[in-house]
Write a protein that binds this ligand. Structure first.
Ligand SMILES: [Fe+2]
Ligand SMILES: [Fe+2]
Length: 459
């Protein structure tokens, strides 16, 4: 190729070898820095850095052992990680960088030119960037499709570097290609619980398990707070659609909705949606507004305690406090103002403790939660009325700074509003008053063609 090469031998611990390792160390630092900034809200990210460092160190140690098939191992690791980034919900940019980084490890000790290495880096990053879809696995079939997809990418990249691997026979090339394509499937399925624990990630498969309505917490919610259960189901449908519309993680949003109000199970009758079911009047009518505020704002904290008890992932628990952010309990604040007078009450005393939404998914649930209950209070609204009401709700939350810590754009917020208007108009559409129609027909003495008194229902 006419360009300098980096070989296994050059990694020997002499002066030249150290110079060769230096770029690797720098590259590791860059990758760690990238991960640091790519996962601002991920807890336990130190574990991810530990793994990256561990892989790097293992690699360097093996390089010193001068293993001729070292690249096969690194290729398998590379493919496994790439596949996992496909199954697990990792930001696309981070996945591209991680993948390219592992590709770099693959090529560094082999007799491959720097030009090829740069091409590899660009090729894998671009492929990952354009083909990667978040939260794509919703059934086992999707997992198999993903395997074929990544297998294809690995093979294409192998073909790309094959001419420069002159020590490799065609048969071992085919075997290693097949191995690197199929191995990720078994590894990622078998190791996914361990990987999720180590990286504190949440795979689509875990989300699917949590979305099962037979989950013990959901079962309890259904019995102990039935009104909240139905509210959560409605919210899940509404929010998942809006999430898909802005290309956020719809599955995560759906599951987050199912669990967002589980804390209400502790004192269900203090929440309006459960009072009719239990046949009780509103207990807040007999309480001091400050006491009511304390009871109502405790439900996110109670939810998180239950989440810990039932080992819900952190990403799901985040929906509990973030769907209320630092919003004001408006009704109780107004009551307190009335009872105690302006000088004695501050807005801060009637706010939820937060944090504000940190992700687009929790921001969607905050908006859906308010939109759903406000529209429910309207009597047979038209789409225009729904739209006008949502506009007020959305503006209030934006002006209150609830999305200041969340990577959501104004364009996305208005797309969410459009999606909610459609969804809520479909749920709460005007219904035909059949009793009225029957009496009109009878008065006019014109039975329908389908028989006396029969009214063709209009949808
Ligand atoms: Fe709530
Ligand atoms: Fe709610």
């Amino acid at each position: 190729m006419g360009v300098s090469t980096v070989t296994l031998e050059s990694l020997a611990p002499d002066a030249n070898g150290l110079l060769t390792i230096l770029p690797l160390v720098l590259y590791t630092l860059m990758a760690v820095a990238w991960l640091w900034f790519s996962f601002p809200t991920l807890k336990g990210r130190q574990r991810a850095y530990f793994i990256v460092s561990f892989v790097t160190m293992t690699y360097v140690a093996l390089a010193f052992m001068k293993s001729p098939y070292l690249y096969l191992m690194v290729l398998a690791i590379s493919a496994t990680f790439s596949f996992c980034t496909y199954v697990v919900d990792v930001p696309r940019r981070s996945a591209s960088v991680l993948l390219a980084f592992l590709g770099f490890l693959l090529l560094l000790p082999s007799e491959v030119s720097h030009t090829l290495w740069v091409l590899w880096f660009m090729s894998v990053s671009l492929q990952n960037y354009f083909f990667y879809k978040r939260g794509v696995v919703k059934a086992r079939g999707d997992l198999v499709k993903s395997t074929f997809f990544w297998g294809g990418i690995v093979l294409v990249n192998l073909l790309f570097i094959y001419p420069s691997l002159d020590k490799l026979s065609l048969s071992s090339f085919i075997i290693s290609g097949g191995f690197a394509s199929v191995l990720p499937f078994f590894l990622s399925v078998g190791l996914s619980p361990a990987l999720e624990y180590l990286f504190n990630f949440l795979s689509s498969l875990t989300l699917l398990e949590l979305s099962n309505l037979d989950h013990p917490l959901i079962k309890r919610l259904q019995v102990e707070a039935p009104g909240t259960f139905h509210h959560s189901l409605l919210l899940a449908t509404l929010s998942e659609q809006a999430s898909d519309d802005i290309h956020a993680n719809g599955l995560l949003t759906r599951v987050g909705c199912l669990y967002h109000d589980i804390g209400k199970m502790k004192r269900p009758i203090y929440f309006i949606e459960n009072q009719a079911y239990f046949g009780v009047s509103n207990p807040h009518d007999y309480l001091n507004p400050r006491m009511s505020k304390l009871i109502v704002t405790a439900h996110p904290i109670d939810g998180m305690k239950l989440g810990e008890e039932y080992k819900l992932p952190d990403a799901i628990q985040a929906f509990m406090p973030e769907h209320h952010g630092t919003l004001i309990c408006g009704y109780f604040y107004a009551q307190a103002l009335k009872e105690e007078g302006k000088g004695h009450v501050t807005k801060a005393q009637f706010r939820y403790s937060g944090p504000k939404p940190q992700t687009r998914e929790t921001a969607i649930v905050m908006l859906a939660d308010a939109a759903e209950s406000a529209v429910r209070a309207l009597n047979a609204p038209t789409p225009d009325q729904v739209d006008a009401l949502l506009e007020v709700i959305f503006k209030q939350r934006i002006e209150d700074g609830q999305f200041d810590e969340c990577p959501i754009t104004m364009q996305e917020i208005w797309k969410i509003k459009k999606s909610f208007t459609k969804g809520l108009s479909a749920i709460h559409h005007q219904r035909v008053n059949y009793a009225e129609k029957i009496s009109q027909v009878r008065q006019a003495g014109k039975p329908s063609s389908m028989g006396k008194g029969y009214i063709q229902p209009s949808v």
